[in-house]
Ligand binder design. Structure first.
Ligand code: BCO
Length: 300
């Protein structure tokens, strides 16, 4: 089982480097991470974007472009489609977001012709390493599905369970988050949580033990769960937190980074190939971790 990002980096370095197509690569922080990941043997890269801007940006931050393929496409949205097409066409194994907003990249990923649709729901998963916490914790979905339905939540869990398996966590313990740990008909998140737990009991969600509703404290802290008298195989031990909507996931994830000094790797799951989604605010290290996780998942 991979319990830390050091474990993830060690695991990926022993594998053949994956080919990552970067959409709109003309970003200084992205280029620095690309160089770092290439030098560490984590991945090889095809940079899609405005060649002149890529070269000028690289020069500005003293990043060598040696050994990196550049495909010129001046328009950012077109660059996203070209990068996606490289992945769907088999010339790259993993897609990575560059200097383009997430929604525009995702629209290219969802494109019916060149996209990476599989017929499944695509979802964002953020894996966190938090100082003082004994394992990697995945939060989903704080980046793609805005207000998922019950059926979409089941698919989002299934996607994250696939990621957990790659991390060596099986069966994954999934807590479906709500504000309370009892079903309250006035709180729709608690109704979905109870249904999802039952769906897992009946084999409609596989490879996971799912329980909910659970409040955040009962989900991740055994003492808090005991204090509330909750008997559950998941309470206090969750590997995955399913959040009710994008705002909760996004705010919870960012609070781990900014309040708790956590480190995050972010991916879109459920597509034909992994998609690395880093944000402008990610550190160099955070971007390398996202690339490493994408490369690990792209080995399948
Ligand atoms: C923590 C760091 C993460 C960050 O980057 S911060 C968060 C930023 N994230 C975002 O801004 C993205 C939020 N999501 C969105 O904007 C939208 O949901 C998204 C992904 C752009 C899609 O929206 P639209 O372009 O309006 O598309 P739509 O809803 O009309 O659907 C068009 C076709 O795509 C399909 N689709 C949409 N979301 C899907 C999904 N999750 N999985 C699988 N298929 C999906 C949808 O069914 C529709 O298909 P069809 O054309 O009817 O066949």
């Amino acid at each position: 089982m991979l319990k830390s990002f050091a474990d993830v980096l060690a695991a990926v370095k022993g594998l053949p480097p994956r080919r990552v197509a970067v959409a709109a690569a003309q970003d200084d922080a992205v280029l620095e991470a690309v160089r770092g990941a290439k030098e560490q043997g984590i991945a090889d890269f095809i940079l899609v974007g405005d060649r002149d801007k890529i070269e000028r940006t690289a020069a500005k931050v003293s990043v060598s472009l040696e050994g990196l393929t550049i495909i010129h496409e001046a328009d950012d949205r077109q660059a996203a489609y070209r990068a996606v097409a490289l992945v769907s066409g088999g010339e790259a194994d993993v897609l990575m977001k560059g200097l383009i907003n997430t929604a525009d990249l995702l629209r290219a990923v969802l494109d019916k012709e060149v996209g990476l649709r599989t017929g499944r729901v695509l979802s964002h998963a953020a894996v966190f390493e938090v100082p003082g916490f004994d394992r990697l914790l995945t939060i989903t979905d704080g980046g793609m599905n805005i207000a998922p339905t019950l059926a979409q939540k089941a698919d989002i869990i299934q996607n994250s369970v696939g990621l957990a398996k790659v991390l060596g966590i099986s069966p994954a313990k999934v807590a479906v988050l709500a504000a309370v740990e009892v079903v309250n008909p006035d709180m729709p998140a608690t109704l979905d949580a109870a249904a999802l737990a039952k769906m897992a009991d009946r084999g409609q969600i596989k490879g996971a033990v799912v329980d909910g509703p659970l409040a955040l404290d009962n989900a991740i802290n055994l003492e808090a769960a005991r204090h509330k008298g909750i008997t559950s195989p998941v309470a206090g031990l969750a590997d995955i937190l399913l959040v009710p909507n994008i705002e909760v996931g996004n705010a919870l994830g960012k609070s781990l980074i900014y309040f708790a000094r956590g480190r995050m790797a972010g991916l879109i799951l459920g597509a034909a190939k992994p998609v690395i989604v880093t944000s402008r605010a990610d550190t160099y290290e955070g971007k390398i971790l996202s690339i490493a996780l994408g490369a690990l998942l792209g080995q399948k």
